[in-house]
Design a protein around this ligand. Structure first.
Ligand SMILES: [Fe+2]
Ligand SMILES: [Fe+2]
Length: 170
């Protein structure tokens, strides 16, 4: 048991564990949203975009692992019931029911923006008060910012391609 690890933090432990569990649940939903999106997507650049989705999915799962480790170190318990993941997450799961690549990219951009706000919040909560959670959250924040940029770039490319096509038609 991480007795000293729990003693040194200078903020409400229960509140911190609750927030980390919200993030933990959101990572699982983000993982699944990317993973299932990669399976069903249709449209231009599909193999490239599907690979990127799988790469992001694996990173979201890695974030869930870090959060679970930290929750346990702090004396908490990660969400253990699958049905509670959706109840606990505040960034909502968007099913890829319209599997055109552009729709999937837009849904995942929304999820990434929500994740960025979540880790910015956890960084604000822990800065100067819990160095270890801060370090972990800042590292996840960096990767969520990269995710938003990477899929945003695909979206720009697809849009530029569509505009070029429209102009050639005229
Ligand atoms: Fe993540
Ligand atoms: Fe992400």
């Amino acid at each position: 048991m991480g007795e000293m690890a729990q003693k040194i933090i200078k903020l409400d432990r229960g509140e911190l564990i609750r927030e980390l569990n919200v993030a933990f649940a959101e990572e699982w939903l983000a993982y699944y949203q990317y993973w299932i999106g990669a399976q069903v997507m249709v449209g231009p650049m599909r193999p490239l975009i599907a690979d990127e989705f799988i790469e992001h999915a694996n990173e979201e799962l890695k974030h869930a692992q870090w959060l679970s480790d930290r929750i346990i170190q702090l004396g908490g318990k990660p969400v253990i019931d699958f049905a509670d993941l959706q109840r606990t997450a505040q960034c909502k799961y968007e099913a890829p029911d319209k599997p055109y690549v552009m729709n999937l990219i837009e849904q995942n951009v929304v999820a990434e923006r929500c994740a960025i706000a979540r880790y910015q919040k956890i960084c604000d909560m822990t800065f100067g008060k819990d160095y270890e959670t801060y370090r972990m959250s800042a590292k996840i924040l960096k990767e969520e910012i990269e995710h938003e940029q990477e899929i945003g770039d695909f979206s720009d490319d697809l849009r530029a391609g569509a505009e070029l096509h429209d102009n050639l038609e005229k």
